[in-house]
Design a protein around this ligand. Structure first.
Ligand SMILES: Nc1ccn([C@@H]2O[C@H](COP(=O)(O)OP(=O)(O)OP(=O)(O)O)[C@@H](O)[C@H]2O)c(=O)n1
Ligand SMILES: C[C@](O)(CO)[C@H](O)COP(=O)(O)O
Length: 234
């Protein structure tokens, strides 16, 4: 109970942001428009993701990062779907790393920043709030789930079993105190930076996991839209 009270009072000292990265082209989805605009239960994927953040207790300021080529299209979708949740729309970069960096430029210091894939429309408001609370107390909070399958590593043609209890599959949101995230993103881009945790870890910070939910899937391949629609109905 006292831990809950502490985390709530910690968070009150910080402004909260969500940087929702929607600057990708969705090559693996092979759709006519990037996957963040595909309809999920009749509404674009990105609108579900923005609504999850707007439905949290923390009510972060929402920054959506998107390739400028799609800004007008997105405005049209917002009008068509009568989507009025306030958000800032800014330009994406060459990679996810560069898109996040563009978002960071709009954030104030001494804040808490959640970085979220636009294409994770099933993230629950509860886990978003939990991540802000944990990051307020401990510096960072990375949502992840344990592997349900056995895991093997293949190297030089030989496979070996890994202890699956030690393996976590990383999702978003990935939430940080702004000072840690901004310092880490001053590093030059590296191909190994597949998410925000890998960037922050490279700057010398220990990464802390919080348990998420297997439903928090990333829309990546064509079949994922149908799977997400089934999960939304449950
Ligand atoms: N230059 C980029 C590349 C990716 N992203 C975002 O990062 C998230 C995770 O990336 P991914 O699933 O790989 O999306 P895409 O890059 O669009 O897909 P693909 O790799 O299949 O091309 C997505 O919300 C995507 O829009 C971004 O903001 N800017
Ligand atoms: C950020 C991420 O979703 C965490 O699992 C993942 O690293 C994105 O990878 P992608 O190759 O850009 O889809």
């Amino acid at each position: 109970m006292s831990q809950i009270r502490n985390s709530k009072s910690e968070i009150r000292n910080h402004k909260t942001y969500a940087i929702i990265v929607a600057g990708g082209t969705g090559t693996r989805m092979q759709s006519a428009v990037p996957k963040q605009f595909l309809l999920l239960n009749g509404e674009p994927v990105l609108m579900h993701t923005i609504r999850a953040f707007a439905s949290t207790a923390n009510k972060p300021e929402i920054i959506v990062v998107m390739h400028p080529e799609f800004h007008e299209y997105w405005q049209q979708l917002c009008t068509e779907h009568q989507f009025t949740i306030p958000h800032q729309l800014i330009s994406g970069g060459e990679t996810r790393f560069h898109s996040v960096k563009n978002g960071l430029a709009l954030t104030e210091d001494n804040s808490l920043i959640a970085v979220q894939d636009a294409v994770r429309p099933l993230t629950s408001p509860a886990i978003i709030d939990k991540a802000y609370e944990q990051a307020a107390m401990q510096g960072n909070a990375i949502v992840a789930v344990k592997s349900r399958d056995s895991i093997r590593r293949l190297r030089n043609g030989r496979s070996e079993n890994l202890l699956r209890d030690e393996i976590w599959l990383v999702q978003t949101p990935q939430t940080f105190q702004s000072s840690l995230l901004k310092k880490a993103y001053e590093q030059p881009f590296h191909q190994g930076f597949t998410d925000d945790a890998s960037v922050v870890e490279q700057s010398g910070v220990d990464i802390l996991l919080i348990e998420g939910d297997h439903r928090n899937m990333k829309i990546t391949f064509p079949e994922d839209i149908a799977i997400a629609e089934l999960l939304l109905r449950q």
